[in-house]
Ligand binder design. Sequence first.
Ligand code: ZN
Length: 132
Amino acid sequence: MIKKIDHIGIAVSNLEEALSFYEEALGLKVKGIEEVPEQKVKVGFLDIGETQFELLESMAPDGPVGKFIEKRGEGLHHIAILVDNIENTLHILKEKQVNLIDEVPRKGASGSKMAFIHPKSAHGVLLELYEK
Ligand code: ZN
């Protein structure tokens, strides 16, 4: 059911500034920038080995990333796990009484599907299930 870590999500105040740090200081390549209105974020992806960094800038203070930054500042936001079939995975987790933020997948970047597992179940880490 679980394939690998697909990406690591990092909440940033300013996407352009953050991307230039990762490009210039670490030599990573920006794969693309895209807006995800459903999540009220602007997202930039950088390749890092077999995985990616997903930098998230909030487009609205009341969005999930806007609230996160207001409460905790910039930093590690979530770890995304690639799955084959997100509906099936959610069904199995629900049966195991895992605390889910999303019981039904949402629309993510690049036409993907995603759903969050609550940090209460995942020992303090926000886990994203991600299907390409
Ligand atoms: Zn993500």
